[in-house]
Every structure is written in C-alpha cells, then in structure tokens.
Design a binder for this molecule. Structure first.
Ligand code: SDX
Length: 388
C-alpha cells in the first residue's frame, strides 16, 4: 500500500508563521493590533464583560444567557475550595520556591483526586473546566499565605471571582474599583491564539491525557521570561532605571549589549499590543496624575524611548509591560504576577483543550536531521585514547 506522502514544509525556527491548528477561539491581527475572542473585540469585552463570562465565551463559543451564567458562577463558587491534602503538600514546599513551580505542582496534583477520565463526556469536560477555573486562584493564594507560615484564607462566598482572589491574597475585601480593574486584567490575559503555553497545552492534550496534566504543562511553559515571566522582570527593570532621567541611557545600554527588553516585542504584534493600551489606561486610572507613582512615569518615558529606537523593527510594548504596575498597585506581590497571568490564561488553555478533543490528532512534527550516519561504537580504550 502506498505510504501517505507527507510534503516537508520549509523549516522555521520556533515554528514562526507555521499554522499548527485550525481554531475559532481567538483571532490576532499583528499588523493592525487587533485581538478578538470568538469574534468580539477585546476592547468591547474589557468594557462590558467579566472574566467568568469571557471564560464561558471562550470555552463554549457563545456568550451565556443570564441563566447559564448564573449556573456557571454558582458551580465555580462551589468548587473554589481545595483538598486539605493539597494544602498539606504545599506545606512541604520551600518558602523560597517560585510560585509558578508551586502552581505547576499543585495543578498536576489535582489530577490525583480526579483521576477518572471521560474525555468524550461533555459533563466530564464541564466538571474539569469548573474545577480548574475555580481552584487555580485558591492554590495561588494558598501558597502565598503558607510560604509565610500562615493558614490559607478560605474563599469568601459573597465575593465574585476577581474580588475573592484579592481577598484570599490580602485578607481584606478589595475596593470595588480595584476588583473591577483586576477582573479586566484577567480578561485581557485570558487567551491569545497559539502562544507557547497554549501550544504546550495542545500538544499535551493531543495524547488524551487528563486536563490537569494539560494545565500543568502549560503553567511550566508560561513561567519562562520570554513568555509569561516577562511581567515580573519589567518591574525589576523599572526599579533598576530608578528615575526618568536615566531612561534613555538605560535603553542605549540595552541596545549596545543587544539585550532583549522585557515587556517589548512580540512574535505576532508589530504594533503596540492592544492589551498594553488597555492596561496603560488602567494604570492611568490607578495612578491618576503623573508624578503620583514614579515607576509609572518611568514606564511612560521608557515606552517612548524604546519606540523611538526600535519601533522601526516593529518592536512595541506588549501585554507584559504595564500589567506589573497595575498588579503592584493592587497589592499583588511581584513573584505572583505570572501566576496571575496563569489564572487568566487557564480559560484559553481549557478552551483549546476542549476544541482539540473535538477533532484530535496527536502532535508529532518531523525534523531535519543534521547528525551523522553509520558511526561505529568506540570502546572505552579507544575513547580514552582520544587526543586531548
Ligand atoms: C507574551 O505569543 C504570544 O501571544 C505571547 C503572549 C500571550 O498573550 O500569550 O502575547 C504573552 O509572551 C508577551 C511577550 C513577553 N515577553 C517579553 O516581553 C520578553 C521580551 N520580548 C522578546 O524576547 C521577544 O520580543 C519575543 C520573545 C516576545 C518575540 O521574539 P521573536 O518573535 O522570536 O523575535 P526575535 O527574537 O526573532 O527578534 C527579532 C529581532 C531581533 O533583532 P535582530 O537580531 O533581527 O537584529 O527583534 C529584536 C531581536 O533582537 N527583538 C528585541 C526584542 N524583541 C525582539 N530587541 C530588544 N528587545 C526586545 N524585547
């Protein structure tokens, strides 16, 4: 029987520009700075929607009716708490460990408690989606408390998704405006087509493993500084710059040493990330007038300087540039910025997991072999006689 001929496409490092899936979940136009979730512009969702409603839209493809949304919110509320065994496991984590490593371990551990798989059962899919969306914020907040030797703060049932996370984190009910701003941040970070962590989720999902392993894979991928970890680095960079006067010399030094500037550049956007624009307006609301927070003023000057120097290469501020400033103002510790990104992006990972299962084919790309052939085995004596 003739073997299925596969045409080998041209090799592109990092699969740049190579379609790895067909998807209807989100759309990005990198030249025009457009991001749509299920066809709805991110700007309109940020204004009119909430994170849970947006998660529902991404995962099930339509905006929920009032009844559907209320039922979804109630299910999430019911599943917010985590098993005491997961808390006991966290007690063994070193307090100096990075919260993204703690989150990856805890997300994978969820699979130990829900080990029955039924990937072709819509009820199983819904239960897994609800559990993961509901428990990830609780696990992030629990590790933050426990690494300080405190008991985790139990979820507060009369607070909505965003407010409850800030409550579990800071042990006090957040200001409603702060909670709303945080909810918008979660929406902005929820989904972004086939980014590295979503692709990682899809590859893991394609082997038909459980959704908890899928999320654990994606968390590990998001943690890298070239991806979700950049927001944490941006604040350190602004601190290192220290003053508005030092911005241009700092940028010059980065360029001289060909250092990647955190919070800038994007594989797809060659204009300012539409999410960065919205995050900047949130930061402006939080910082009101210039001068009230020096790091915001440094950031605005820094963005201007980088645009002047690198805009011609299509390098502009991305989603990670202003998010850290907003999180800082909301009382979120710096090393939790990327776990917060993960809390939001779980919606996108779960949407792609569900979509992948609907028409699955295990990922197995090919390679261009650059090694040798027909090499003979060398005995230890022959090896030891290699010229030094
Ligand atoms: C996220 O994919 C997604 O959608 C990701 C994300 C999502 O929502 O999931 O949007 C979230 O990950 C945002 C990106 C966060 N990361 C950072 O801010 C880290 C800094 N950014 C860079 O590392 C970089 O821009 C990447 C990784 C984001 C994209 O890199 P590419 O597409 O691989 O580009 P490249 O490294 O091939 O660079 C092309 C040129 C190079 O110059 P030349 O060698 O051609 O002269 O642009 C330069 C690079 O040096 N360049 C930068 C730069 N980014 C690219 N130069 C300085 N600073 C930068 N940030």
């Amino acid at each position: 029987m003739a073997s299925k001929m596969t045409t080998v496409c041209e090799y592109k490092p990092g699969l740049e520009g190579i379609p790895a899936a067909q998807s209807s979940i989100s759309y990005v136009d990198g030249q025009r700075g457009i991001l749509e979730y299920r066809g709805i512009g991110i700007e309109e969702l940020a204004q009119k929607s909430t994170f849970l409603e947006t998660a529902y839209l991404l995962i099930w493809g339509e905006l929920p009716t009032n009844e559907e949304l209320e039922a979804f919110k109630k299910e999430i509320l019911y599943h917010r708490r985590i098993k005491y065994r997961i808390k006991d496991m966290m007690k063994c984590f070193p307090e100096t460990g990075h919260p993204m490593d703690a989150l990856q371990a805890s997300a994978a551990a969820l699979g130990l408690f829900y080990s029955k798989r039924a990937l072709d059962d819509p009820d199983y899919i819904r239960r897994a989606v609800v559990r993961i969306l509901a428990k990830i914020p609780t696990m992030v907040a629990a590790f933050k408390q426990m690494r300080k030797g405190n008991e985790p703060v139990q979820p507060c049932d009369h607070l909505d998704y965003a407010a409850n996370f800030l409550y579990m984190l800071n042990e006090q009910e957040p200001d409603p405006i702060a909670a709303r701003l945080f909810d918008v941040c979660l929406m902005l970070h929820a989904e972004h087509t086939i980014n590295a962590s979503t692709f990682s989720a899809m590859v893991t999902a394609s082997t038909l493993t459980d959704p908890y392993a899928v999320v654990a894979s994606a968390v590990g991928t998001l943690a890298g500084p070239l991806h979700g970890g950049a927001n944490e680095e941006v604040l350190s960079m602004l601190e290192e710059i220290g003053s508005v006067d030092n911005v241009y010399p700092y940028v010059e030094e980065c360029l001289q040493h060909k250092r990647k500037i955190m919070g800038f550049g994007h594989r797809v956007y060659k204009v300012k990330d539409p999410r960065a624009k919205i995050l900047q307006s949130l930061a402006e609301q939080l910082f009101e007038q210039p001068g009230c927070d020096k790091y915001y003023d440094i950031a605005v000057e820094f963005e201007k300087a980088v645009e002047e120097k690198l805009g011609y290469k299509g390098i502009y501020a991305n989603v990670d540039f202003y998010s850290g400033l907003v999180y800082c103002k909301l009382g979120i510790p710096r090393d939790l910025f990327t776990p917060v990104f993960a809390i939001a992006r779980v919606a996108g990972w779960l949407a792609h997991w569900k979509e992948q299962l609907e028409e699955n084919r295990i990922y197995r790309p090919t390679q261009i072999y650059t090694g040798s052939h027909g090499v003979s085995y060398k005995t230890m004596a022959e090896r030891d006689s290699y010229p030094c």
